[in-house]
Design a protein around this ligand. Structure first.
Ligand code: NAD
Length: 262
């Protein structure tokens, strides 16, 4: 029997990149999945039905905009009703904006704090009581190396991710006696649409070409000189969700090729 058979996982922002890979990993372990995120409806439906067929689990999709608390509440209610509540919560949805502080648009600040930090507060507060009642839960927050260190021109993102790590530690303490763990995975650069989209803006902010940004900003941060892969992150998330991960709680888990060791 698959390890997570009978469990239900909500992976926010799972129509792309890291979230999609983690959703796939959890489905492969036998968990039922609620997918969430934006994107082309036909592509999302193909992904949803493909996962369900390949792994023989229930896979649903809810396109809640997680900057909207009422849509988050409706998302959790749908999971409670159709999949028996959330056992594994992966707070992954995130956006980025790169700009010097004097030009940083306030609406981008609000959107980043709303999605990268506040949405995790709402998903957690709405699922925590049920995890406590079941005496088992796993909360995996996809933070960033930017939860631990800063880079210029990413004020909102760095603030949100540092905040998410503080939130992670608090929830770890609140869940510790109830069989619930809460950890923050802190990846370095992963080649997903989120990173691909910021290359032109970083080039503009730093007065560089895009090729120079990849070489001297992105990969220069990582002593391995290589991108972290979505498979690396998925494997770590699977460990945290396994029984072997039960004593890892409140930890920032760097997976960054050595970036934050410097
Ligand atoms: P991505 O752009 O590939 O995926 C982001 C996901 O969030 C997509 O599914 C998107 O539809 C969803 N999303 C965007 N706005 C949303 C909204 N308002 N409501 C609901 N869903 C929304 O990015 P990714 O690189 O896979 O990023 C996933 C997480 O990993 C983010 O939190 C990001 O900060 C973090 N992270 C990424 C990297 C990296 O280098 N790619 C590094 C460290 C941390």
């Amino acid at each position: 029997m698959a390890t997570l058979s009978g469990k239900t996982a909500l992976v926010t922002g799972s129509t792309s990149g890291i979230g999609l890979a983690i959703a796939r990993g959890l489905a492969a372990q036998g968990a039922n999945i609620m997918l969430n995120g934006m994107g082309d409806p036909a592509a999302i439906e193909a992904e949803r039905s493909g996962l369900a067929k390949e792994f023989g689990v229930e896979v649903l999709f809810n396109g809640a905009d997680l900057t909207k608390p009422d849509q988050i509440a409706a998302l959790i209610t749908e999971i409670d009703t159709k999949l028996g509540g959330v056992d594994i919560l992966v707070n992954n949805a995130g956006i980025q904006h790169v700009s010097p502080i004097e030009d940083f648009p306030p609406e981008k600040w609000n959107a980043i704090i709303g999605l990268n930090l506040t949405a995790s507060f709402h998903t957690t507060r709405l699922t925590f009581a049920a995890m406590k009642a079941k005496k088992w839960g796993r909360i995996v927050n996809i933070a960033s190396a930017h939860a631990l260190v800063a880079s210029p021109f990413k004020s909102a993102y760095v603030a949100a991710k540092h905040g998410l790590l503080g939130f992670t530690r608090t929830i770890a303490l609140e869940g510790a006696e109830h069989g619930i763990t809460c950890n923050a995975i802190c990846p370095g650069y992963v080649k997903t649409p989120l990173v691909e989209k910021q290359i032109p803006d970083t080039a503009k902010a730093r007065g560089m070409t895009e090729a120079e940004v990849i070489k001297t900003v992105i990969l220069a941060a990582q002593p391995t000189g290589e991108f972290v892969t979505v498979e690396d992150i998925t494997a770590l998330a699977m460990f945290l969700c396994s029984d072997a991960g039960k004593s890892i709680n409140g930890a920032p888990l760097s997976i960054d090729g050595g970036w934050t060791a410097q």
